[in-house]
Design a protein around this ligand. Structure first.
Ligand code: SPV
Ligand code: MN
Length: 613
């Protein structure tokens, strides 16, 4: 049995509640040793992980790891939000009684860390001194060293974050036990994995994966599910799967901040790290704050909405990251950054990494190259010849500070005042490039009806959205009706309201299907229009679903789009919108207790479309 007192005492961790928590789980999981981790332990842990072969060198100051082949992503089916109150059951939160889930997890975790080290990782999901700091402290217990290395990059990690708490008992208890990955029946009817947030006990119990958000519990389990629940229960804030950027106008000296949600595969990380297009770079600068999570609160001092990124790093999808799609991301994983790559392709001779989209074609000389499963490319069976080298969900993990255009004030505890909240789906034919919404209820309504088009690859009907309210579907922790009401309350309590907008970079030509908008850096242009609209410098054109830029209002200097292409992306398709309204109605009807303001917004939009005939 591990000597908890000696380990915690040796690390200077005096908080008695932490000691009791660690003692309980060390005993239950049967861990052989306890080790308390601070960020300053990184170099030593890297050395140990290299020596054990858990990670491999990937050039100077960069590392590579492979996951178990059946452990490559989040699993929504195995994710549960538990509380003691059945009224907390929503449509998406997969609610179960806490009294049922805790014993189930304890049973799986019992003895499951035998012989292993339990790393005690005290962390903070907020800049130090943030008004939301009391919701941000946590202690993750993990039996996997590479997970500890990831947490050091993704959260602020150190004993002092937890030893100096005003309320010594106010920290999230986050327990991660890997389990025997080869015996868990991933994806089968006897799947043993469970990823549970017991939200009203501020306890997270994840069993059966060492990948991403399944294992880095500060991120989506604490940073989104737990924080959303805490934000609602306290009435104080919103926790959303949002990117967060700043836009500086060098001419006027003004700085704006935009946050927003995008369903998976809609380009959120690329947008978050966007640089200004060359033609506009003389005047504008885009600052990066965060690519995945924002916590939003109204500040009573100046009546504005403020946002922080609670994370400390980026856990970005590697696939399709290139000099064209995201040069800032490439710079952030350059040699010397301490980046950890997971499940990309790796060259065991040269220590290089590669993923689909990194360059137009894979390396021509395949000598030494292995795919994400570790198989030599030269030895892959013929039937696997076309299989990707990197897993589609392969990742890079790097600290925020490595992003070249990280905002100078990214660590400011107050956060940044929000001018605009945007939602963006992936829609081929109906959504314009941007439509602005000035009414709060209509903005929240737009977020609740966010979705991505079903593709042939996923189940679903062409043209029908897979709704993903506010891009929070996998992270929702309390009922959707209450969620909508909480949005109206938090944002509504601000004296100066942000403007809302829906953006769509994916409109296609109705004839040959080509993308009508170049995307990437040029996405700054519609955002600049939105901010000008908010400032009253442009008027736009009112449509039933929001305000669209008038043709001459978008700054198109340096853009090659034809007048016909522009005409299409600055229009709405009324018949398709009328179909969509019917789908939206069914979608919203699932949510008990949806505020009347949201239904009114829905009816206003529907009536305006009807009149548009
Ligand atoms: C996501 O899937 O939206 C992520 C990655 O941000 S993970 O943390 O693994 O969920
Ligand atoms: Mn995410």
């Amino acid at each position: 049995m591990a000597d908890v007192h000696a380990a915690l005492g040796g690390a200077g961790l005096r908080n008695v509640h932490v000691r009791e928590y660690v003692r309980h789980w060390a005993e239950l999981t049967g861990a052989a040793q306890i080790e308390v981790i601070s960020a300053s332990d990184d170099a030593r842990l890297i050395g140990e992980a290299l020596a054990e072969g858990e990670i491999l060198p990937a050039g100077e100051g960069r590392y590579y790891s492979r996951s178990y082949v059946k452990d490559t992503a989040r699993s929504e089916e195995r994710t549960v939000v538990a509380t003691s109150n059945p009224a907390d059951k929503g449509v998406y939160n997969n609610w179960r009684p806490a009294g049922e889930m805790r014993p189930l997890l304890e049973e799986r975790m019992r003895g499951a860390s035998a012989g292993k080290t339990m790393y005690v990782v005290p962390y903070l999901m907020a800049p130090v001194g943030s008004p939301l700091e009391r919701y941000a402290a946590g202690v993750e217990l993990t039996d996997c060293r590479t997970v500890a290395l990831h947490i050091i990059r993704m959260a602020r990690v150190g004993v002092h974050y937890i030893d100096n708490l005003a309320d010594q008992n106010s920290f999230v208890r986050a327990v991660h036990v890997t389990g025997d990955l080869e015996k868990l029946g991933q994806g089968t009817p006897s799947d043993q994995r469970y990823f549970v947030t017991i939200a009203d006990e501020r306890t997270i119990l994840h069993f059966g994966s060492s990948y991403g958000g399944n294992a880095l519990l500060g991120k989506i389990a604490h940073g989104l599910r737990q924080a959303a629940y805490d934000g609602w229960a306290s009435g104080e804030f919103l926790a959303e799967q949002f990117m967060l950027i700043g836009i500086a106008d060098k001419l006027t000296g003004k700085r704006y901040h935009v946050c927003g949600g995008f369903p998976s595969a809609s380009g959120k990380t690329n947008l978050a790290m966007m640089l200004a297009p060359d033609a506009l770079a003389g005047r504008y600068r885009v600052d990066f704050y965060g690519d995945d999570i924002a916590w939003l609160r109204a500040d009573p001092d100046d009546g504005k909405i403020y946002a922080i990124n609670p994370e400390f790093g980026v856990f970005g999808v590697a696939k399709d990251t290139s000099e064209i799609t995201n040069p800032a991301a490439l710079a952030s994983v350059a040699p010397g950054t301490g980046t950890l790559f997971t499940n990309v392709a790796y060259n065991s001779h040269t220590q290089e990494v590669w993923w689909e989209g990194r360059t137009p074609a894979p390396p021509a000389d395949v000598a030494g190259w292995r795919d994400w499963t570790g198989t030599l490319i030269s030895e892959r069976p013929a039937e696997d010849a076309d299989a990707p080298w990197a897993h589609p969900n392969s990742r890079f993990t790097t600290a925020l500070a490595n992003v070249p255009n990280v905002a100078p004030d990214f660590d400011d505890p107050r956060g940044v005042p929000i001018d605009a909240i945007i939602f963006g789906g992936r829609t081929r034919d109906r959504e314009p490039l941007i439509r602005a919404i000035t009414d709060l209820a209509e903005g929240v309504y737009d977020g609740l009806t966010l979705g991505a088009e079903a593709t042939f690859a996923a189940e679903g009907v062409e043209g029908l959205l897979r709704y993903d309210p506010m891009s929070m579907r996998p992270f929702m922790s309390y009922p959707e009706g209450a969620y909508a009401a909480h949005w109206l309350k938090v944002i509504g309590s601000a004296a100066s309201q942000p403007i809302f907008a829906h953006v769509n970079w994916f409109r296609r030509d109705p004839g040959d299907g080509h993308y009508l908008w170049p995307g990437y850096r040029d996405n700054l242009r519609p955002l600049l229009w939105l901010l000008r609209l908010k400032e009253g410098e442009v008027r736009g054109r009112q449509t039933p679903v929001g305000i669209i830029p008038a043709k001459d209002e978008l700054d198109l200097d340096g853009i090659a789009a034809t007048p016909e292409e522009l005409e299409t992306i600055l229009s709405i398709d009324t018949p398709r919108w009328k179909q969509e309204i019917k789908h939206r109605e069914q979608h919203l009807e699932q949510f008990a207790g949806l505020p009347e303001e949201i239904w009114q917004a829905h009816r206003r939009v529907a009536a305006a479309l009807h009149r548009a005939d």
